[in-house]
Design a protein. Structure first.
Length: 145
């Protein structure tokens, strides 16, 4: 059974983000907030890959590609946050989150509040990435409206 590309690319997006953050943790750079923004590059890559694969298979509908890219991003964000939640609890839960949340928008958050806030931040930024990617591909190809 072949899985849909949205699931595969969303999963690979979450794995690449997780590996990036583990590398930052290993290099003691996890407290540098600006490096965290680079995860958008992974979202851009996997969303664009989904759209490109759709176009290569002849799916030229704007709405179908928009939904496909959106589902890839949403699935990737949800899996990433679930992995982060698991990781935080394995690293000590509240004690670990207190060190991380100092640089988050609302410091002193609980583990669930932190992950919930990141979920909405991730979903919002991913939707922006999806719309930017769709505009890029719309100008580059002949997407049907």
């Amino acid at each position: 059974m072949k899985l849909p590309r949205e699931l595969v690319n969303g999963f690979l997006m979450s794995v690449s983000i997780a590996l990036f953050f583990l590398l930052m943790e290993f290099l003691n750079l996890s407290d540098n907030y600006y490096l965290r923004i680079l995860n958008l590059l992974f979202v851009f890559y996997w969303v664009n890959r989904t759209i490109k694969q759709n176009l290569m298979e002849g799916q030229n509908g704007y709405l179908s590609n928009l939904l496909s890219a959106g589902f890839t991003a949403i699935f990737g964000v949800i899996i990433s946050i679930a992995g982060l939640l698991f990781y935080i609890y394995n690293k000590g839960g509240t004690q670990y989150i207190n060190r991380l949340s100092e640089q988050f928008i609302f410091g002193g958050a609980s583990v669930n509040e932190y992950c919930f806030g990141l979920l909405f931040e991730g979903l919002a930024s991913s939707m922006i990435v999806v719309f930017i990617s769709m505009q890029f591909w719309r100008n580059k190809t002949l997407l049907n409206d």
